[in-house]
Design a protein around this ligand. Structure first.
Ligand code: SAH
Length: 352
């Protein structure tokens, strides 16, 4: 809930509107996890809320439980969070000079089944709710004792299959946590007929679409793309790119493309040349992601020389390009890894 809703809620419960503001402050600025912590609210009021049926419902403030914490040598911190209905999701805090990026999940599991992705191996359980996405940012802030500056929807799940919630979460992060929309990235592998809807809904819900849209391309031609991303079968590359062009036209924002580099498979000079050709005249940015190995597949990490060669080949063809540094490899930080390794073998971390 945002401030207006919390103020209305306070009034509905026989309190002055400023009680809603106090609650807002404790929820978002102070990161309270339970009503009992919100000492600024009158004790009697808190007791009344706790006693309301369903009993104890208000004691819980929408936060997930930390089930596991894994900290890599580079400080990258991966959390396994438990939802109220007993499912688990991954969230990663990635510190870098002057910034803290939170990589959030938008769904529990994923239905897209990309072959190189650990999350895709387990299928989809359900989409997350707004509070479960915002909780991830609050949880990273709490554990790392630092204000997140950036949020990327690159954790578990396909954001475009949960558009309304993702946009509501972005609204909350900006309005209630004071983040800047420009520091938020939504990553999608592409779902037919959803990009126009994303553009339209973003303008409607956020006033403008200033977050970055990142599209997981991963191959320069339809045939290879389908091999890596079976669901791409229903969404020809030309149609996806056409939708991206329209997204740029409607939102005025540049689109970035992610390209996972799989050793020997899509990381050769001819792939780079084909990719540059494909993106000719497109206001875009390509982010190369060296493959993070997962247990279930035999793909290879690309050779460093191949990564550099690919980057240079794009640059020479005037395609804006960067290589994503692999972070947190020793924290099982690649997509879905931690949850799959630990599933079923976990005790919750004791509450604070
Ligand atoms: N479903 C969305 C967002 C989640 S995945 C999407 O596909 O974009 C975020 C990014 O991580 C995607 O580009 C995805 O292809 C990439 N990814 C998944 N598994 C990976 C792995 N094992 N190594 C490197 N990148 C991976």
């Amino acid at each position: 809930m945002g401030l207006p809703a919390l103020e209305a809620w306070a009034k509905d419960h026989g309190q002055a509107a400023f009680r809603g503001r106090q609650l807002h402050d404790w929820l978002y600025a102070k990161g309270a996890r339970q009503l009992a912590e919100v000492s600024v609210l009158p004790k009697l009021f808190r007791e009344q809320l706790s006693a309301q049926p369903p009993e104890g419902a208000f004691d819980w403030m929408g936060r997930s439980r930390e089930l596991h914490r894994s900290i890599a040598s580079d400080g990258t911190t991966k959390l396994l969070l438990g939802t109220r209905d007993g499912l688990s999701i991954e969230t990663v805090g990635i510190p870098a000079e002057g910034r803290l990026t939170v990589c959030v999940s938008s769904q529990v599991g994923c239905s897209m089944a990309c072959r190189f992705c650990a999350t895709g191996k387990g299928g989809l359980q359900r989409s997350l709710a707004v509070h479960e996405i915002v909780d991830q940012v609050l949880s990273v802030r709490e554990v790392m004792e630092q204000r997140p500056s950036h949020v990327v929807f690159m954790g578990m799940g396909e954001p475009l299959l949960n558009i309304e919630v993702v946009l509501a979460a972005i609204h909350c992060l900006c309005t209630d946590l004071g983040m800047a929309q420009r520091q938020i990235t939504v990553s999608t592998v592409g779902v037919p007929r959803t990009l126009p809807r994303l553009a339209e809904l973003a303008l409607e819900r956020l006033g403008r679409a200033q977050f970055t849209l990142a599209v997981s391309l991963h191959a320069p031609d339809q045939h290879l793309r389908e091999e890596l991303i079976p669901t791409a079968h229903a969404y020809p590359l030309e149609a996806l790119l056409e939708d991206c062009r329209r997204y740029v036209a409607v939102t005025g924002r540049r689109v970035s493309f992610e390209y996972i580099l799989l050793g020997g498979l899509n990381d050769q000079p001819r792939h780079a040349a084909a990719l540059a050709q494909l993106l000719r005249g497109f206001q875009s940015h390509v982010n190369l992601i060296p493959y993070n190995p997962i247990a279930e597949e035999e793909f290879q990490r690309p050779m460093p020389a191949a990564v550099e060669g690919f980057r240079r080949a794009l640059q020479e063809r005037h395609v804006a390009v960067s290589v994503r540094a692999s972070r947190g490899l020793d924290a099982d930080a690649a997509c879905g890894q931690l949850r799959r390794r630990l599933e079923g073998s976990l005790e919750p971390v004791p509450a604070r």
